[in-house]
Design a protein around this ligand. Structure first.
Ligand SMILES: Nc1ncnc2c1ncn2[C@@H]1O[C@H](COP(=O)(O)OP(=O)(O)OP(=O)(O)O)[C@@H](O)[C@H]1O
Ligand SMILES: CC(C)(CO)[C@@H](O)C(=O)[O-]
Ligand code: BAL
Length: 635
């Protein structure tokens, strides 16, 4: 096992708080990933997400007795602390601290742990294993409305215990950001509400569900499922996927959508706890889909073992392809060896290797883990034509995930015009909702394109979109690393999401940089990148354009290092100019709220994406020589 970083293990609350305060005094930001241990890829995805937001990451491992009633499975909850630490050691980027308290309800001498006989808790009293032990803890946080439905119905003390222990963790760890999985959708919403209502100064981020190779949402309790039960439990995800597809095709009647899921789960031998389509914010049941909703399901399989799953439906049942919460996008061409993918909604990165032929894929983001190497197998193009189709793609990783990929037919190319780009979390300031930008549709004129022309045109547009996302995600090479890691600055490396090479991440580390305004920092980095590229070209170590570039102007080769930085440069100038028109963004940076930022960014992006892409495309298509001699301006 390759050790990335040895986490510091802290068991004492006061020591934990002291560590956090020391780090914060040094200007470091802290991300907290609360867990109950027995870690899997779902947890790891939260850690990766944390890396994109903060300097340091704390993972708490604590099986909280406060959220279990005495009749629930506290005593059989799986645990393997040593195994957890081993997993955490090998997470890319590492974990700084594992907070593993023995008892978070120990206040030093006040309470007495004692056995209470089971009979005492029957009779309607709402008690958790904390009260049962008589430790004297009596303060609970309740998020009164949101906790009522779904899981709250069958587990009356659950959310009270979750909200309370998370509030305690927040007070002990004092994080800047906290990360939760949307697998437990209601829990995530409840924590967000608690943070808002109690004025915690913490950003709560929801992370997409990570599924196992068979499609089952990863979960610590899955270990209790027998292979047969596991197989049956897949009915939740499978029927939810069908319901999601039906909703995307226009089915807005929730009764019918729910019935189809309930029936499928029952037929597989599951006992439904709940199957609800609810408003994403209020969690109130919805009868007809008109806005953003989420379909939550919990069912029992086997002896009291339960699986949960959920699927976010985009509210507007009228739209079809357009309502995919895309992006991305693999841009695949036969001559390419690797290519960077950028996935929304987490704006994460991956290389694609070994793809078989020219194709463009749009992947459903809910099933894509971040930082993933993809290996596409089989002939994905049949009869020279793309059919809208779902295919399974294996991901090269020890724990394989399944990846749903939507292929578009050449006939669907027109639909592509109306595809909206979604920039959900282009930066940590983005709101929970998505920022939409319709720039691609008009840029790519696929009308009348033949099959062979269509792919490169679309590829080109998508790649440019990716570059924008990359820019916005802060993945611009850091100044201090440019010279020392020159040989690493290739298309793949630069976009790999490697925290070391990430402009935003490196920027956070750079004390000097903090003193400057964001625009200046980015400007400097870009200038360095461009100078670096030019120098390497002069020294003959840079990328050589293909001889026949002019014959294939839309080839992806046109977007190698130099052009890519020039596009970023052009984008930057445009963004700067646009930013000036909405207000002086540099000056605003210290004062605007995070939500204002996302609105500003959204507007700026919408106004600037298309013209800058067009300007850049014009520049690049006119390039006769292989060596760029000047930085183009797009104004
Ligand atoms: N498959 C997953 N994808 C994304 N996030 C997940 C996934 N599984 C768990 N999480 C998140 O990890 C955090 C810690 O969860 P927890 O330790 O309870 O694990 P779990 O797998 O959810 O356990 P359980 O089997 O009890 O449901 C929660 O925010 C949870 O939503
Ligand atoms: C948030 C949490 C760690 C609180 O104990 C738990 O409910 C979980 O792991 O989902
Ligand atoms: N992630 C859910 C924790 C629980 O079921 O207790």
């Amino acid at each position: 096992m390759e050790v990335e970083k040895e986490p510091l293990i802290i068991t004492d609350k006061n020591e934990m708080r002291q560590w956090s305060r020391t780090m914060r005094a040094q200007g470091k930001t802290i991300g907290l990933v609360p867990t109950m241990g027995y870690l899997h890829e779902g947890h790891i995805s939260l850690i990766r997400e944390s890396h994109t937001h903060t300097h340091l990451t704390v993972v708490s491992i604590y099986v909280n007795p406060g959220q279990f009633s005495p009749s629930e499975d506290l005593s059989t909850y799986p645990s393997d602390f040593k195994g957890d630490i081993d997993k955490l050691k090998s997470v890319p980027g590492g974990v700084d601290v594992v907070f593993h308290p023995y008892n978070l309800y120990d206040y030093g001498g006040g309470g007495v742990e004692r056995e209470v006989r089971r009979e005492k808790e029957v009779g309607g009293a709402v008690v958790s294993c904390v009260e049962e032990r008589g430790v004297g803890h009596e303060t609970w946080v309740r998020v009164e409305k949101l906790e009522k439905g779904m899981c709250g119905k069958s587990r009356p003390v659950f959310f009270r215990g979750v909200a309370t222990v998370v509030a305690k963790l927040f007070n002990v760890v004092e994080p800047d950001v906290a990360l939760f999985g949307k697998k437990d959708y209601q829990q995530w919403r409840i924590i967000r509400r608690m943070v808002r209502d109690l004025d915690f100064s913490i950003e709560v981020i929801g992370s997409e569900i990570v599924r196992d190779v068979d499609g089952l949402a990863m979960s610590s309790r899955n270990v209790h499922l027998s292979p047969e039960e596991r197989e049956k439990a897949l009915s939740i995800n499978q029927s939810l996927s069908k319901a999601k597809l039906a909703a995307e095709k226009g089915q807005v009647n929730c009764r019918e959508l729910k019935d189809s899921v309930i029936q499928a789960v029952r037929e597989a031998g599951g006992r439904i706890d709940y199957a609800e389509i609810v408003d994403q914010e209020s969690l109130e049941a919805v009868e007809v889909i008109k806005g953003p909703v989420v379909f939550c399901v919990a069912a029992w399989f086997g002896k009291g073992k339960r699986r949960e799953g959920d699927a976010v439906l985009d509210g507007d049942g009228k739209n079809q392809v357009r309502t995919y919460p895309i992006l991305i996008v693999a841009v695949l061409s036969p001559h390419l060896k690797t290519l960077t993918l950028i996935f929304s909604p987490t704006v994460s990165f991956a290389h694609v290797q070994g793809f078989p032929s020219s194709s463009t894929y749009i992947a459903a983001p809910d099933v894509i883990p971040s930082h993933t190497k993809l290996h596409l197998r089989g002939n994905l193009v049949s009869n020279g034509c793309f059919l809208p189709h779902l295919v399974n793609v294996r991901i090269q990783r020890s724990s394989c995930q399944s990846l749903r990929v939507v292929r578009f037919s050449s006939g669907d190319a027109c639909k592509f015009n109306s595809l909206c780009m979604v920039f959900p979390k282009v930066n940590p300031c983005a709101k929970d909702g998505s920022m939409r930008c319709y720039c691609l549709g008009t840029l790519i004129n696929t009308n009348g394109a033949t099959f062979s022309e269509w792919v490169p045109v679309v590829d080109q547009g998508l790649l440019m979109a990716s570059i924008f996302l990359t820019y916005m995600a802060g993945v611009i090479p850091a100044r201090k690393l440019l010279s020392s890691s020159r040989n690493r600055i290739s298309l793949g490396d630069t976009l790999s999401g490697d925290a070391l090479l990430s402009g935003r991440a490196a920027e956070n580390d750079n004390e000097e940089a903090k003193l400057k305004l964001p625009w200046e920092i980015v400007e400097e980095k870009l200038m360095d990148a461009l100078n670096d590229v030019e120098q390497r070209h002069k020294m003959g170590t840079g990328f050589k354009f293909e001889q026949d570039l002019s014959k294939r102007p839309l080839s992806l080769y046109a977007v190698d290092e130099g052009p890519r930085f020039r596009l970023l440069w052009a984008s930057f100038q445009w963004l700067k100019k646009e930013a000036g028109t909405v207000d002086n963004v540099s000056a605003m940076s210290a004062s605007v709220s995070r939500n204002d930022w996302s609105t500003v960014l959204s507007e700026v992006l919408q106004k600037s994406c298309q013209p800058v892409c067009v300007a850049w495309l014009e520049q690049e298509l006119c390039l006769k020589s292989s060596i760029p001699d000047k930085v183009p301006s797009c104004s």
